[in-house]
Write a protein that binds this ligand. Structure first.
Ligand code: ZN
Length: 149
């Protein structure tokens, strides 16, 4: 596994919309491993493929204290959102800033895991905000965009 370069604001490539992962090829498996490695190396809790200039609908996340609870989500989609909450978020692509963001409190997400298994899962608290944050990246959206609201 290797550490990938993370794009930083205002790089225009962060604005690209990612396309669906159609097949879990060895390239996709390798990318998932490299993304996880890159996230851990940078002390991040989540990373979207867009941030490493790979425009595929893939995110990795680990919000655990022991850094031993890795999620790899392919083609995530939020099928239910409940509640509203104010968070303060940081982003590896927007270094040195914390920005207040309004998020859904609880979400239900459908995704494919790296073994091709379809998963439907509920996330709350930091996991919920993190998934929403990373999914924004796949659509070219950054926390910076919330400032004008
Ligand atoms: Zn981010």
């Amino acid at each position: 596994m290797k550490e990938l370069d993370i794009l930083e604001f205002p790089d225009a490539r962060l604005r690209k919309k990612a396309s669906k992962v159609k097949k879990i090829s060895s390239d996709i498996e390798k990318l998932a491993g490299d993304m996880a490695y890159t996230m851990y190396s940078n002390d991040g809790i989540g990373l979207a493929a867009t941030q490493v200039n790979q425009h595929k609908r893939m995110i990795v996340m680990d919000t655990s204290e022991n850094r031993d609870d890795l999620y790899i989500m392919l083609n995530p989609s939020i099928i239910n959102r409940t509640g509203k909450t104010r968070t303060s978020e940081a982003c590896l692509s927007v270094p040195g800033m914390r920005i207040p963001v309004t998020r859904a409190e609880l979400i239900v997400v459908e995704y494919t895991d790296i073994n091709g298994v379809e998963v439907k899962q509920e996330f709350d608290d930091i996991d919920s905000y993190c998934v929403q944050h990373e999914m924004d990246h796949l659509d070219g959206k950054l926390i910076i965009d919330f400032i004008t609201n």
